[in-house]
Design a protein around this ligand. Structure first.
Ligand code: BG6
Length: 483
């Protein structure tokens, strides 16, 4: 690994994302020894005028919880001492010059150690300020060390609202930074079971001949949350569930399920294959979309009374290639549903010439549960134990909690921030990938924005609109029953 001075700058340090995700992830990395206190310094930057200690106190509460190990509070205090706060605006040079001065002071105090200077700028910011902040960094805060090193930026979705706005944003940032300096985070790519997809698919002989249209009937990628847009109504209403979850998180998962084997594990080889999948997706048909909005959504004072924004959507994607022609990929996401769950369900076709007459018991299904309680299980038909020759559905179950007792599964953000420090872009979205993702959903999003497609109402705590289940059966999904 590289050595030398590492400065991590969290822009938007007093905001929600920084407190809830970025600082806790940095703390976990520190706790595990990935951030050495003789090398690293963390800077918080935001407009609010507060002191170092005020920022530290705001963060502290998010670093210690009921699951924290005894003695953690000492480590938290050590970690908080690494954080310095600089206040300034997002579009004028003064603040960024001051920030640069602080970073440089830290570098000159530690650089005598050895090696280069590394500057990582984490944008925990609303995208509207991405262009100005990128300009300011480029102008005032780039690494200038003679000993080498780098400057990288980490950006979060939403990257625009449709193809045009996203392309504009990409062009603005692309003029200032090279692609290897830009880390577009999609935190689903940092989830353990999402990262496992490549291994599962390409390191298991068993799956190779099965993973195609000859054997797979349909694929579902599902995200459910059992709470609404609490406190985020204003943000959410501008974007809706398709931009919030489907166009990024679920589409990324689809790529990993559907892509061909990459030439190697090099980030570019993997991303090349993902782009090909996205480019092979056919235009989405209106009749293969169901939108929903939960009752009570518009009661949020930050949501307009006549909002047309979907909080639920099911859309069928069709991949036009040799492997997947005719196989529906059903992407489904919803807020305020009956459970919190994210999973991939791969449903196989019926066995031809069934001598057991067991079709009613269902099909083979391979389920990869991303959360909660990571697991993979395979639904099989087996002989019902006993004297009779009858069949039943059962499961081959690999539940992570049982199989990997005592192993802590890292948080997505933790892993992804470590990747940015190490310079590994495998789990980040490349510019052409982002463009291809927007190309798929932009026509549908425009129809919704123009009021040409309307969400159906559903009860909070339900499965969503019944029409979504009807669509599922229409495209071939068969509900299977366990024993
Ligand atoms: C975010 C969305 O990207 O992902 C949120 O903006 C959503 O609306 C969250 O709640 C879900 O993430 P996770 O990791 O809890 O599934």
């Amino acid at each position: 690994p590289e050595t030398g001075c590492l400065s991590i700058i969290v822009l938007g340090a007093s905001g929600d994302l920084a407190k809830k995700k970025t600082f806790p992830a940095l703390f976990n990395l520190y706790r595990q020894g990935f951030l050495q206190s003789n090398e690293v310094h963390i800077f918080g930057y935001a407009r609010t005028k507060i002191s170092d200690d005020e920022l530290r106190n705001r963060i502290r509460g998010y670093l210690i919880n009921e699951k924290s190990a005894p003695g953690q509070s000492e480590q938290v205090s050590e970690f908080l001492q690494l954080i310095k706060y600089v206040s300034g605006s997002y579009d004028t040079e003064e603040g960024f010059q001051l920030l640069d001065k602080e970073i440089s002071a830290h570098e000159s105090s530690k650089n005598s150690l050895e090696g280069s200077s590394r500057r990582l700028f984490y944008f925990a910011l609303p995208p509207s300020v991405y262009p100005s902040v990128s300009r300011m960094i480029k102008k005032c805060c780039m690494n200038r060390s003679d000993l080498g090193g780098w400057t990288r930026i980490v950006v979060e979705k939403p990257f625009g609202k449709d193809l045009d706005s996203s392309e504009k944003l990409s062009a603005q940032i692309g003029e200032l930074f090279e692609e290897p300096q830009i880390y577009r985070i999609d935190h689903y790519l940092g989830k353990e079971l999402v990262q496992n997809l490549l291994v599962l698919r390409f390191a298991n002989r068993m799956f190779l001949p099965l993973w195609n249209r000859d054997n797979i009937d349909n694929v579902q990628i599902v995200f459910r949350e059992d709470f609404g847009t609490e406190g985020r109504g204003g943000y959410f209403d501008e974007y809706g569930i398709i931009r919030d979850i489907i166009q990024n998180h679920l589409l990324q998962v689809l790529c990993l399920v559907a892509m061909e084997k990459p030439v190697s594990l090099k980030p570019e080889h993997i991303r090349d294959e993902k782009v090909k999948v996205l480019q092979s997706v056919l235009p989405i048909k209106d009749e293969e979309v169901v939108l929903g909005q939960y009752d009570g959504y518009r009661d949020d004072p930050t949501v307009p009374d006549h909002s047309n924004t979907p909080t639920f959507a099911t859309a069928v994607l069709r991949i036009h290639n040799e492997r997947w022609e005719g196989v529906p990929f059903i992407l489904k996401a919803g807020k305020a549903l009956n459970s919190r769950k994210a999973e991939i369900r791969i449903q196989f076709k019926d066995v031809p010439g069934d001598i057991f007459k067991c079709k009613k018991q269902g099909r083979n299904e391979f389920v990869i549960r991303l959360q909660p309680s990571e697991a993979m299980y395979m639904k099989l038909t087996v002989k019902q134990p006993g004297l009779e020759m009858s069949t039943a559905q059962s499961e081959l179950d690999l539940s992570y909690r049982q199989r990997y007792q005592g192993v802590t599964i890292p948080e997505a953000y933790e892993r992804l921030i470590l990747d940015t420090i190490r310079g590994d872009q495998q789990h980040f979205v490349r510019r052409d990938e982002l463009k291809a993702a927007w190309e798929i959903f932009t026509p549908l999003l425009h129809r919704i924005d123009d009021g040409e497609m309307k969400p159906l109402p559903y009860n909070p705590g339900s499965r969503g609109p019944a029409e979504a289940d009807e669509l599922l059966s229409k495209v071939g999904y068969v509900q299977t029953h366990g024993y």
